[in-house]
Design a protein around this ligand. Structure first.
Ligand SMILES: [Zn+2]
Length: 265
């Protein structure tokens, strides 16, 4: 599932392909991805316009038009962008695409159709309506802010870190990764964490997200000791002599090492 680093890589991709080009129209292949906007409204809003810039917040990507409005994309589980010219380069699961005057198309490709497309003229209002917490990277939060957002939180540390109303952009994969390198078991009750655990979590969260963004979210470029290469029960832990295990937390499969990730009591 595209999380903050992946969405940032899509944003850069859009910057390098789709800005300052006249839009001739929009095609919607699966209207189920449209959220709060109709195909006709989208067509009306984008036809004749250009995308001037992009930004991101949490798992959302925003493309601003020269009318100061925003196409908003959330990539669900399998979404990504594809800028292409010939039909046969277009991919199998195009749900919506923007056509440009130069003959190219920007496709929103999403096999499982869990992504969403919105349109808004007010980003702040959109973020508020979605009840998104702070974006830890783009808002560049410090340790005191980090602690402030975590005050009074309950539940497992894993579910706290996946909660978009606390930290927007961290999902199943990166919450596991942060806990793995912080040496904390994902089933640990959040309220059991000590100050030193929070400091470690803050540092690892920053380091891991920053590194993933720097590597353009290319998993193959990420260090060999990253858990995301070993997400299978029974695998050897790349950090110690332990074994990777799986446990379901908050409806998601969490992976962790049974040896070096301690349950804080
Ligand atoms: Zn280990």
């Amino acid at each position: 599932m595209p999380e903050l680093p992946e969405v940032e890589s899509f944003r850069l991709y859009m910057d390098s392909t789709s800005l300052n080009k006249t839009i001739t129209g929009v095609e919607v292949q699966s209207s189920s991805v449209l959220a709060g906007v109709t195909k006709n409204a989208l067509q009306k809003k984008l036809k004749g316009k250009k995308f001037l810039s992009t930004s991101g917040y949490g798992k959302y990507l925003f493309a601003e038009t020269n009318n100061n409005e925003f196409l908003v994309m959330h990539f669900g589980m399998t979404g990504f962008l594809n800028y292409y010219k010939k039909r046969d380069e277009g991919g199998k699961y195009i749900r919506m695409q923007v056509n440009f005057k130069n003959g190219y198309h920007l496709a929103f490709d999403d096999r499982r159709k869990l992504g969403h497309i919105y349109f808004t003229d007010d980003l702040k209002k959109f973020i508020k309506k979605k009840r998104l917490g702070v974006d830890p990277v783009r808002e560049n939060i410090g340790y005191s802010d980090f602690k402030k957002y975590l005050t009074g939180r309950r539940g497992t540390v894993k579910s706290v870190f996946m909660n978009q109303e606390i930290f927007a952009g961290i999902g199943n994969i990166y919450s596991d990764e942060i806990l793995f390198h912080s040496k904390i078991n994902p089933n640990t009750s959040f309220e059991k964490l000590k100050e030193k655990d929070l400091k470690t979590l803050f540092r690892k969260m920053k380091d891991i997200l920053r590194l993933a963004i720097d590597k353009d979210a290319e998993w193959g470029e990420l260090p060999e000791n990253f858990l995301l290469h070993y997400r299978k029960p029974g695998k050897d832990c790349p950090l110690c002599s332990g074994t990777i295990e799986r446990s379901t937390i908050g409806g998601r499969s969490s992976y962790y090492c049974n040896k070096h990730q301690r349950l804080v009591k």
